[in-house]
Design a protein around this ligand. Sequence first.
Ligand code: HPA
Length: 265
Amino acid sequence: MNKKVKEAVETIKKRVKPDAKIGIILGSGLGSLIEEFNDPVHVPFREIPHFPISSVAGHKGEAVVGSLAGVSLLAYSGRVHYYEGYTMQEVVFPIKVMAGLGIETLIITNAAGAVNEAFSPGNIIAINDHISLMGDNPLRGTADFVDMTEAYSRDLRSLAHEVAAAEGIKLQEGVYLVLNGPSYETPAEIRLAKNLGADMVGMSTIPETIMANSLGIKVMGLSMITNMAAGITGEPLTHEEVIETSKKGAEAFKALVRGIVQRLG
Ligand code: HPA
């Protein structure tokens, strides 16, 4: 563990003794899951040394240790993005801290635009693969040739489908494509994404997923569809709409996550 990661890990351990094996990153508008935690201990990111802090509306910026459905969890409410100007190393620092705290399974969530026209705003999609057009990689500078054949665990996806069926939640699967942002895509870029085999687009998640795989953490990726991608309906895209739609879909999303966590515990 490098020195900075160690200092961050020690700081969190001083505040709470995390016995959690499951970590969760709550994306835009999905932070309200924290309100359902039992015995939550909140550690603001600004109190954790070296931790990157987001300036984006809709991202709270705290680590919370607590339990959900009787299972210990470590949640990050908010994340930083590459488009904020952070380096890849800064973007994945929180994942290294999770690994340092003993997290073995990561549930990573985001808001995404639908490229696949069978998807609608409010749908929840289990990410089954990804395409990065970021032009950078958090493992750059190392010779870590990590296998990405099953970057999003097949077992975790099966479990998510079981929970979705039991709870009556519609859960689909798709390929997530990332561009750097912060501008939304052009209609031409969305046609490109579609031709490349993408089902949804976003600006996050992939760096963290690569780092988690490198550190041996199993990943479950969940996208909340907040809008049809640019050019599909012809409507302009706004960050406010993304946050609002994400919040509206949050109840089903929370029930799904609760069920997954319960079964993993
Ligand atoms: N594009 C990129 N990122 C997004 C979108 C989108 O349409 N919706 C939510 N995050």
